[in-house]
Design a protein around this ligand. Structure first.
Ligand code: 5GP
Ligand code: MN
Length: 335
């Protein structure tokens, strides 16, 4: 007997969604670009559960799938080709905006379908016909767990691997400030299915390829500290990626080295993906709201972890990002 999770604030959404999903014959599931363990793990867990109820499920990610997530059960079902015939129900998982799943999705497209938006980003734009957004959930995986529990779907080993990966990714193995008693309670239920905790943690957090280590060396040598060490900046150019042989998605986690330095409040990783396409990852330690900083550039995320893409040359983007952080640190300090 699985004990009930204390998620009263979500109970209306969960009840509504479970009655809708029980009835639908098919659904297409969408996760965000540059996918992480939460977006893919939550999508796969929900999809596997719905498949176990006899539904036809399409899984979409703009891809590519990072090497360290290729072990997730069901990952081979994920396509980077847009489903030719979309079912009536589209479910967006862990996407603060519909465009996070695919750049061509616009309001015209969204009008024609039942759009279910399941997410935990505080910046979520509520683009769906049904919006279940819970910023208190540490991972979207926690929300999916609560939904499956309500639907009475047994948590299989494969579903548990996906949800556990989702939760450890977004809580940094239960260490970030978003971690709650629910994170542990849900994880405890998942662990009961016999999943290989050490193995999953090793793949997600410890195992590195040689290009990843070379990229880490490059990132550390490029690291700069500003304003009495309150801001830490790592810039990685196209050249750095070519030099190390590392793929762009292998930079996951590097920003945490910048954040880990004593005194640093704001850490930022600035990556040049293409000429004039700069991906930025913001992190803060104790008080700065980096969701607000990212939103100045059209991005978003969480209070302590956010991101955006800036379509400018690298040098200009670096300057703008540093200025925005300087302003945010000053503004908040003066408040
Ligand atoms: P990361 O820096 O690891 O890519 O992302 C940190 C957090 O910010 C994640 O929750 C991610 O979903 C969110 N995020 C990253 N980039 C963007 C973006 O361009 N737009 C929005 N809305 N959120 C982002
Ligand atoms: Mn997430």
């Amino acid at each position: 007997m699985i004990p009930k999770m204390p998620r009263e604030r979500n109970s209306k959404h969960i009840k509504n969604l479970s009655s809708i999903l029980e009835k639908v014959p098919a659904a297409a599931l969408f996760s965000h670009v540059s996918p992480d363990g939460d977006s893919l793990g939550s999508m796969l867990a929900l999809g596997l559960a719905l498949e176990s109820l006899g539904k036809k499920i399409y899984y979409y990610n703009a891809g590519p799938i990072p090497e360290n997530l290729k072990f997730l059960p069901g990952v081979d079902n994920i396509s980077n080709l847009w489903p030719e015939e979309l079912p009536e129900v589209l479910i967006f998982i862990d996407c603060a905006e519909a465009e996070r799943a695919h750049s061509t999705i616009n309001s015209e497209f969204l009008k024609h379908k039942q759009i279910i938006n399941i997410d935990h980003h505080v910046s979520n734009s509520k683009f769906g016909t049904i919006n279940w957004v819970d910023p208190k959930a540490a991972a979207t995986g926690e929300m999916v767990y609560s939904l499956l529990e309500k639907m009475g779907v047994p948590i299989s080993y494969d579903i548990a691997v996906n949800l556990y990966t989702a939760i450890i990714t977004d809580t940094g193995r239960f260490s970030y400030s978003n971690t709650t008693p629910d994170s542990f309670k849900i994880a405890a239920q998942l662990v009961k299915t016999g999943i290989d905790l050490a193995g999953i943690n090793h793949i997600i957090f410890e195992r590195k390829t040689l290009p990843q280590i070379k990229l880490l060396r490059k990132a550390l040598s490029n690291l700069e500290l500003l304003h009495n060490n309150s801001i830490a900046v790592i810039v990685l150019s196209r050249h750095d990626f070519l030099d190390t042989g590392a793929d762009e998605n292998l930079s996951e986690g590097l920003v945490n080295y910048a954040r880990s330095i004593e005194q640093v409040e704001a850490a930022v990783l600035i990556k040049e993906l293409e000429d004039n396409e700069i991906k930025v990852s913001f992190r803060s330690n104790s008080w700065l709201d980096v969701n607000q900083v990212a939103s100045r550039f059209g991005g978003g995320g969480h209070v302590r972890a956010s991101g955006c893409t800036i379509y400018r040359p690298l040098k200009e983007a670096v300057k703008e990002v540093i200025t925005a952080l300087e302003e945010a640190l000053n503004i908040e300090r003066n408040n």
